[in-house]
Design a protein around this ligand. Structure first.
Ligand code: ACM
Ligand code: ZN
Length: 765
């Protein structure tokens, strides 16, 4: 891998230093300064610090000593030797010093100065000193040596956001304690400070609760697991299970605390509760029987809100949780909780009458408020997913905005704290590449650049409202992620991008600069055996109008010395393929494949894209009604020659929630047309339905149209390709009108809501 060569270059520096002595600098070569996340303020000085075996780590307090020890542990893994730790010293020393409380301090801030005689890290608090230590580590060249030159720097740094989180779902798949520790260690390496541990869900209960042994005996196991896509409905036939003992949890929480990471446990309620209900069926409205779920999705059976025993159970569970987790915040879920059982349950209905609750949303609000009150009395605060807004927010709740940013905006306007976790930007279970070699993922398309471009503070908030946005978090739901290696592949380097978004000042954002620094960062991840994804240096495709009468494909790579080769006949590209020298015109239907070569060897994954060639390619398209903001990739994608794939969030589909879509293509001139058509998507699980009606009409002047196709209820499932042959038709304008299903039918997911209409590639041949 190419990064190795970069590495060797910086290694030579340390090699030279290894025979040096602690003497005058001036001739010392310096390693490039490539810090991630970028500090708030950084200046280079002409001094260098020579670290050798006599260098002493100075730490006066227990917390600083812990930080010095963690540095030493890392340093030993690099160099093979450790440094002495002392209480004092100012010559040939690295000083870790947390300012005493009471001095003017910025939470988690630090100053780092490296000079000829001493490196000083002064933290505004203990976490600040720790982050200064993390920065110091990044000043080292990654080479085993007996001495190191460190560049002279003066850094003054602090985080932009107080909450910098990463989540892990251990219910859909279980991850071992060693991996959880590695996950936390990597978080801390990137100056992230919160680990949100999703411990209970339909597919498994993963935390030992001594008072309720059936949660482990029954709730932590499932009979088998869905194998492949949800719609294929195939199962692996293998029992699956696992849970963390209370000792495991104590060990993990302590490990995290040493690294200034807060662990927030999530105990889901009232939905995502099947594992608990299977263990104790009296907690559900119907009394069961229930089984731990073996597939993914949202299930109708939830905790009964009419039964006081439910609240007693959850409080007893939380009593044990609170002993294990010192975090101020406890996450109580609140998302995706269907109201169907509550509508029919006599106890739930009686509760609504007794409490004067007008509907089941108000009952959910009652549920959350009641749990909040209990937790507040114990000195804790709750976080819930944005559904806790429905029916009214609990008085002190913090909202995690995941279904886009709207929940976050609404909560901030109500002066509630908000953590932003919008799916499109920070769900790391989404695809990170549109390449064909990706492991199966839940959908979406969230490349590193999109994460890096994410701005956590939504537009349109006043300064006061914006102050309630405490930060953001990426979520890793693990339906399709069964191993630590796969989890790392999904999280890194996207989490590195998020770390910079959350730590560095907004005005220092610079994606190209980030990628440059990432080249140096990858070897740091290699050193920790992280199975990170390499997409950022692979082929980067751009499909664009060619300005005349079609589209072209531009390819580039950020890999230093990388060379792109491609084929247009579907054959695998290798060193003998065509060298890329400029945009490739799309002139026929077929597949283009391309790869980056480095030293004539393939780097990372190949790019593969099928194109459909037709007469509307690159032509102007007007959409009188704007698509939904989350599915509005631009009208050009409707005529770019790329058909949307099954993953509806792939950046190709144009989506509307209900209503009518109209699109008019201007072919420029009167043109003979032999076939028209379009693709739409149908996926009931995701609330996406075929149109109720499709009309295609043509016109010479853009005013008077003649219908050439009219279909009522064309139906179908998956990607549906509707085509119609035409005879003796000439036209300049082609108009497509699609009417969405206005209400999702009863019994289907999302019943009563407007259906989604997804269209991609409008075809004119
Ligand atoms: C969620 O993704 N259901 C919070
Ligand atoms: Zn009930």
């Amino acid at each position: 891998m190419t990064i190795k060569t970069l590495l060797i270059a910086s290694l030579a520096i340390a090699g030279l230093a290894s025979c040096g002595t602690h003497g005058p600098e001036g001739t010392a070569p310096k390693a490039p300064i490539q810090l991630i996340p970028m500090p708030a303020r950084l200046s280079e000085t002409s001094d260098s610090f020579l670290l050798d075996k006599r260098t002493v780590l100075v730490a006066a307090t227990p917390a600083d000593r812990k930080t010095a020890e963690l540095f030493n542990e890392w340093f030993h893994s690099l160099s093979g030797f450790e440094l002495a730790i002392a209480d004092s010293g100012t010559m040939n020393a690295i000083v870790f010093r947390t300012r005493p409380a009471g001095e003017k301090a910025i939470a988690e801030g630090y100053q780092l100065k490296s000079g000829k005689d001493v490196v000083t890290i002064e933290g505004d608090d203990e976490a600040g000193t720790f982050y200064g230590m993390q920065t110091l580590i990044q000043l080292f060249p990654l080479q085993s040596a007996t001495a190191y030159w460190l560049p002279g720097v003066s850094i003054s740094d602090q985080p932009r956001f107080a909450y910098r989180g990463l989540h892990l779902d251990v219910c859909r798949h279980f991850f071992p304690v060693t991996f959880i520790k590695k996950y936390i260690d990597l978080l801390a390496m990137h100056k992230m400070n919160t680990f949100h541990w999703h411990l209970t869900d339909d597919q498994g209960w993963r935390i030992e609760i001594k008072r309720y042994p059936r949660l482990m005996e029954i709730g932590s196991r499932r009979k088998e697991t869905l194998d492949g896509r949800l719609e294929d409905n195939k199962f692996d036939g293998k029992p699956y299970g696992g849970f963390y003992t209370q000792e495991d949890i104590q060990e993990i929480v302590a490990y995290a605390a040493e690294r200034h990471v807060t662990v927030i446990p999530e105990i889901e309620m009232p939905g995502h509760a099947l594992a608990a209900l299977a263990s104790y069926p009296y907690l559900g409205c119907t009394g069961g029987p229930y089984a731990v779920a073996t597939k993914w999705g949202v299930f109708d059976d939830v905790f009964c809100a009419g039964n006081d025993t439910t609240f007693q159970f959850l409080q007893n569970v939380l009593e044990e949780v609170l002993i294990l987790f010192p975090s101020e915040y406890i996450h109580i879920g609140g998302d995706e909780s269907p109201k169907k059982r509550w509508e029919k349950c006599p106890k739930c209905q009686a509760r609504m009458r007794a409490e004067g609750l007008k509907d089941e949303h108000a009952l959910q609000s009652y549920f959350i408020r009641r749990m909040e009150k209990w937790l507040n009395e114990k000195g804790r605060k709750i976080i819930g997913w944005d559904e806790i807004l429905e029916g009214g927010l609990a008085p002190n709740a913090t909202v995690m905005s995941w279904r886009g940013i709207e929940g976050g905006i609404a909560a901030a306007k109500q002066h509630h704290d908000v953590i932003m976790t919008p799916g499109n930007f920070v769900y790391f279970d989404y695809y990170q590449s549109q390449g064909k070699n990706e492991p199966l993922a839940i959908g979406g398309f969230t490349p590193v650049s999109k994460v890096y471009g994410y701005e956590p503070v939504p537009e349109g908030l006043s300064a006061k409202e914006a102050s309630y946005i405490k930060g953001a978090q990426a979520n890793l739901w693990t339906e399709y992620i069964g191993s630590p290696e796969h989890a790392e592949y999904m999280v890194y380097p996207r989490a590195v991008a998020l770390a910079e978004v959350l730590w560095s000042p907004g005005e220092r954002k610079d994606y190209d600069g980030f990628l440059e620094r990432l080249k140096q960062h990858f070897p740091r991840l290699d050193k920790k055996n992280v199975n990170y994804a390499r997409h950022v240096f692979e082929v980067r495709p751009t499909v664009e109008p060619d300005g005349k009468n079609g589209v072209r494909l531009r390819l580039d790579t950020k890999l230093d010395g990388g060379k792109i080769v491609f084929t247009t006949d579907s054959s695998a590209p290798d060193a003998a393929a065509i060298s890329y020298s400029g945009p490739i015109p799309i002139t026929k239907t077929g597949t283009i494949r391309a790869i980056v070569l480095q030293d004539a060897k393939p780097y990372g994954n190949e790019y593969q894209q099928a194109f459909v060639f037709h007469k509307a390619l690159g032509r102007p398209v007007t959409l009188p009604r704007a698509p939904h903001q989350n599915y509005n990739p631009g009208a050009f994608t409707l005529v770019n020659g790329i058909e949307g794939v099954k993953e509806f969030n792939d950046g190709q589909w144009t989506g509307y929630s209900g209503g009518t879509m109209e699109a008019v293509i201007d072919l420029g001139d009167s043109t003979g047309i032999t076939r028209v058509g379009l693709n739409y998507l149908a996926n009931r699980e995701q609330w996406i339905y075929p149109p109720k009606e499709v009309v295609i009409a043509v016109s010479a002047d853009g005013k008077h149209y003649k219908e050439v196709l009219q279909r009522k209820d064309p139906g179908g499932y998956g990607i549906v390709r509707l085509r119609e042959g035409l005879k003796d038709v000439k036209a300049r304008y082609v108009k497509f009108t699609l009417r969405a299903l206005s209400r999702i039918p009863e019994g289907a997911p999302g019943e009563g809501e407007p259906a989604w209409l997804f269209t991609d590639e409008l075809i004119v041949e």
